[in-house]
Design a protein around this ligand. Structure first.
Ligand code: AHR
Length: 358
């Protein structure tokens, strides 16, 4: 059969079109195969590489054989406002000397901004652990985050912080709420028929003052009324004018029968004002907190009817925990370690006074 010229042209065009389609299909298939070719080596690597063991937070290079000689502990003390604080500082200094670790000490003079600057300097220095006694509860999030980012563990010491628990390793200190409750129970026992009392409270916004005030209110009997509450900032000097102002406003023994005082130093300041106003020991029922030698003396002299213990000798526990963390054992560290404490009374104050360490 003879093909016409037009038909021959048509056949050539169709064959050419089919060849083009075949080429185009091959071109689009190629990328689909590519990832399979590149995936293979990755899978092989996964099979051969052992997962790297992650160091625990705060673990030092010397782990698991770090000793106290390897430890640099930052201790930005909040101040020197009371005998309790002096004993707390001495506890850290003597522990450093006895165990042989380096203590980076500073005194913030009751100012949070000074404490924050001191913590920042310690982060820069690359200390092993920061033991932080916070002057107030709030406002620590930023600097705790900075310590976290630098891999430096923070142990909150003594007072608490309101920051999220994930921002610090642990807290070692007293149960301030329980201390307030214990003080309230003394008033409840003394005044079953009810009474009016004053409160001389600690540093505003501090974990110690907040906890003690809340615990006191929580446990105080309904028939005992707190007629006034003012801060003396945990110092003798500031407690004197506060007590003087109270005595001008309220008649001792008539308008109020007792005082809850948040620490012994303020109690001693208050006694000074009470004496000057002619109040005698025993005219008022006074409960204080700390259990310092000064507090014991006030019980011996008849001014305090009970002293709720708050133990400042915290350094041994803090140092031990710091070393644990350095050795990679952060997982076994308790989040909150509360100090075992009691209540002291005038009955055996004279006998115990010579044995008091602070
Ligand atoms: O945070 C502990 C308190 O602070 C103590 O009761 C007080 O004496 C100190 O200043």
């Amino acid at each position: 059969m003879k093909l016409s010229k037009v038909t021959k042209v048509l056949v050539v065009v169709m064959v050419f079109a089919m060849m083009l389609t075949a080429c185009a299909t091959k071109a689009t298939e190629a990328p689909a195969a590519a990832p399979a070719a590149t995936e293979a080596p990755a899978a092989a690597a996964a099979e051969t590489e052992a997962p790297a063991a992650e160091a625990a937070f705060g673990q030092a290079d010397c782990a698991p054989n770090c000793s106290y000689a390897d430890m640099v502990m930052c201790f930005p003390q909040l101040g020197a406002e009371s005998d309790w604080r002096t004993a707390n500082t001495a506890s850290f200094k003597s522990e450093a000397e006895n165990l042989g670790f380096q203590l980076v000490f500073s005194d913030a003079q009751q100012k949070q901004e000074n404490q924050i600057s001191a913590v920042r300097a310690c982060i820069q220095q690359g200390v092993s652990v920061i033991a932080l006694p916070p002057v107030v509860e709030d406002g620590w999030d930023a600097v705790l985050t900075e310590a976290n980012n630098a891999g430096i563990p923070v142990i909150v010491v003594d007072r608490s912080v309101s920051a999220d628990e994930s921002l610090y390793m642990a807290h070692i200190g007293s149960d301030m709420f329980l201390e307030g409750q214990r003080a309230a129970e003394e008033f409840n026992k003394k005044f079953p028929e009810g009474a009016k009392v004053l409160e001389l409270s600690g540093t505003t916004g501090s974990g110690a003052a907040v906890g003690r005030a809340d615990g006191f209110r929580d446990a105080l009997a309904d028939n005992i009324e707190i007629i006034d509450s003012q801060t003396g900032n945990f110092t003798r000097a500031e407690a004197v004018p506060v007590m003087q102002a109270f005595l001008q406003k309220y008649k001792a023994g008539e308008d109020f029968q007792g005082i809850f005082i948040h620490n012994d130093d303020m109690g001693i300041g208050a006694i000074e004002a009470l004496k000057a106003a002619g109040v005698q020991p025993g005219d008022l029922f006074i409960v204080s907190v700390d259990g310092t030698r000064g507090g014991f003396q006030a019980m011996v002299d008849g001014w305090f009817q009970a002293d709720v213990e708050c133990n400042p000798l915290l350094a041994p526990q803090v140092a031990e925990m710091g070393l644990k963390i350095m050795n990679g054992d952060a997982a076994s560290v308790e989040k909150h370690t509360l100090t075992n404490e009691t209540v002291y009374y005038p009955e055996n104050a004279a006998e115990l006074l010579p044995t008091r360490q602070y």
